[in-house]
Design a protein around this ligand. Structure first.
Ligand code: ADP
Length: 273
């Protein structure tokens, strides 16, 4: 499908009869617009997302941080089409997710979205390469020329490709899971605490891999993390608090993220790190 060039917000302007000229800005890889998510009803209702407007540019690596309960996972799940908003809209490319049936949502996730979660979901009876190739095998697709070689080279696991997950370290398994998310070249990858269970060396290797996927393959990644060092690998950090965007930082360094987190009355309680 050729990339669309008119963002949904511009379409909305046109529909309202405004005469603002169409922009040539490329459509973001994902967007949230006035996103509200309420769990439960009445007195026990929880407003997990309280009016979030965000765009995630294609080819960028974004980290989402915030205290426990600030809405990070809910935002990630609603952006990725794993959960539905109460009101507002999320988009993958130009597609408004609220307009899709559950079946269409499943297809969209399969065809256009990659996931890296803490629970790796590697198939124990398949070796690393077979696990990496599994989504393509299921979709019946073929990778572009050189894509598999490129992704495998970036994982640094070329000599481990015929080992089963139980024969790999936790860090190696997580890189297999990341390569599996990457090999079908999804428009966007959502990662939920991908370094959460890893020691710092393995975590660093995974983050370097994700960074290379952005720099060398133009991949778009949105990653929830509690870790300032992990966030410093991103191009941009979004800080959530109470279901809202509290602030954001471009070109973050680990020290700058830590300062933001630890500032008095700061965006994130330091005890959350
Ligand atoms: P975070 O990922 O930042 O820890 P979450 O998105 O998991 O935050 O949760 C945001 C708020 O929504 C929290 O108050 C949490 O308790 C609540 N919440 C999350 N999922 C559910 C659910 N399935 N049912 C009810 N409340 C939920």
């Amino acid at each position: 499908m050729p990339p669309a060039t008119v963002p949904p917000s511009a379409l909305a302007d046109t529909e309202r009869g405004s005469f603002s000229p169409p922009t040539c800005r490329p459509v973001p890889a994902a967007q949230a617009a006035a996103a509200i998510k309420v769990y439960g009803r009445g007195e026990t209702a929880v407003r997990a997302l309280d009016g979030i407007d965000l765009e995630f540019a294609a080819g960028q690596f974004t980290a989402i941080m915030g205290p426990s309960g600030s809405g990070k996972s809910t935002l990630l799940h609603c952006l990725a089409g794993l959960d539905r908003l109460t009101t507002g809209e999320t988009y993958i490319g130009e597609v408004a997710l609220s307009r899709l049936s559950d079946y269409q949502l499943t297809l969209l996730r399969r065809q256009r979205v990659g996931f890296i979660f803490q629970s790796l979901n590697l198939v124990p009876t398949l070796d690393a390469l077979e696990n990496i190739m599994l989504p393509l095998a299921i979709a019946g697709g073929k990778p572009g020329p050189g894509v598999v070689d490129g992704v495998v080279r970036m994982t640094g696991l070329a000599d481990r490709l015929h080992h089963r997950p139980s024969e790999l370290s936790g860090g190696q398994q997580q890189r297999v899971a990341a390569a599996r998310a990457l090999v079908s070249r999804p428009e966007i990858i959502f990662a939920d605490e991908p370094t959460g269970n890893l020691d710092s060396r393995s975590g660093g290797e995974l983050l370097a891999f994700l960074r290379r996927a952005v720099d060398e393959l133009g991949q778009t990644i949105v990653m929830v993390t509690h870790d300032a060092l992990a966030a410093s690998h991103a191009d941009r950090v979004i800080f959530l608090a109470d279901g809202r965007v509290a602030s954001e930082m471009r070109s973050p360094t680990a020290d700058a993220v830590l300062d933001a987190v630890r500032a008095p009355g700061g965006r994130i309680a330091s005890g959350d790190l």
